[in-house]
Design a protein around this ligand. Structure first.
Ligand SMILES: NC(=O)c1ccc[n+]([C@@H]2O[C@H](COP(=O)([O-])OP(=O)(O)OC[C@H]3O[C@@H](n4cnc5c(N)ncnc54)[C@H](OP(=O)(O)O)[C@@H]3O)[C@@H](O)[C@H]2O)c1
Length: 298
């Protein structure tokens, strides 16, 4: 089983490479330096040479605030790039596994979003990711797109690393307490994508479609930060426990609108892929902190 992997230097892509040795797959790791997904010709040439059996797209334009003033590039990567990959996969009659986001929803719900809830993205990033989802499904019937949220991983910059850094430099920090969502460990997304690949290898097909896929449990950024501090202290990555002060979104303005509530109901994924299942974000956080202890936080 040969996997053409994009975005291998990102949070999820790095995890796929880290976990791949547990499976009997051969990975062709690419990132923007050697394969720009917006270049359809380059994608076709690579696939012609490598003849991969499946494409996993973990590449994306993920700078949510920057996207507000960089719409063209965000669309090119998240929509056109994803479409290119789906097209190349369709031309080889192979599947594409793709990743989307909770930002495709409007964030105004008070109950978890279902897989078929109507998308209404409020930010440029969310709009480009929604376009990507739609273009992937139109270009290749053999697709699985996992919509995930609040990703944190061992590699790359993310909320966990930022909190550990500012927690070490400050006695008190302020964190938004009125946005609700599900943090998701990049390692859990990578595991799901690799298990989907294995299932495809064994069964020759998958239940194609869009799926909500995030770690179990709901919290706020404030709740997430408090848990990071508590676990960081227990694992000696913090010298003392800072006060984590709850603030409102208005007190921390950002260029892009964030969903107030982005909890996603993942029961369709659990039902269709019972052997893969859903793990908790707290378990992912502990795994990440333990890994950082040996790897360092860079
Ligand atoms: N991060 C989150 O909180 C979050 C939440 C929900 C969903 N997601 C989705 O989850 C997926 C993985 O996210 P992540 O956090 O692992 O992202 P990430 O860490 O930002 O990694 C994305 C990778 O894609 C690369 N890339 C950017 N433009 C490219 C291009 N034109 N061609 C090839 N590669 C390109 C990036 O390179 P550069 O770094 O050099 O740009 C980076 O290495 C994405 O689809 C994202 O939209 C993420």
């Amino acid at each position: 089983m040969k996997i053409l992997l994009t975005g291998c230097d990102g949070q999820v892509g790095w995890e796929i490479c880290r976990q791949a040795p547990e499976y009997n797959f051969s990975i062709i790791p690419t990132d923007v330096g050697n394969l720009d997904i917006t270049d359809l010709g380059a994608l076709r040439a690579l696939q012609e040479k490598e003849r991969a059996d499946i494409i996993i797209n973990s590449a994306a334009y993920t700078a949510v605030d920057k996207a507000e003033s960089d719409q063209e590039l965000a669309h090119k990567v998240n929509a056109v790039g994803a479409q290119n990959l789906a097209l190349v996969a369709a031309e080889s009659n192979i599947p594409i596994l793709h990743i989307s986001t909770d930002y495709i929803f409007d964030g105004r719900s008070t109950t978890p979003y279902l897989d078929e809830s109507t998308p209404a993205p409020q930010s440029v990033y969310g709009k480009t990711k929604l376009a990507g989802e739609q273009l992937v499904s139109e270009a290749n019937p053999k697709f699985v797109t996992l919509r995930t949220s609040w990703v944190f991983g061992i590699e790359g910059n993310n909320f966990v690393k930022t909190m550990l850094r500012i927690g070490n430099d400050n006695d008190e920090i302020s964190v938004v307490a009125d946005q609700f969502g599900s943090p998701t460990f990049a390692g859990h997304i990578a595991r799901a994508l690799l298990l989907l690949t294995e299932q495809y290898k064994n069964e020759g097909t998958l239940a194609w479609g869009n799926y909500n896929f995030c770690d179990s449990g709901i919290t706020t950024w404030h709740g997430f930060a408090s848990k990071i501090m508590e676990q960081g202290l227990a694992r000696q990555q913090l010298e003392s426990l800072p006060i984590v002060r709850p603030i409102r979104t208005q007190e921390y303005p950002t260029p892009a609108v964030r969903p107030n509530y982005s909890m996603m109901d993942c029961s369709k994924f659990s039902k269709c892929f019972p052997k893969i299942g859903i793990q908790s974000w707290e378990a992912g956080l502990i795994e990440m902190l333990d890994a950082l202890k040996t790897k360092g936080t860079s």
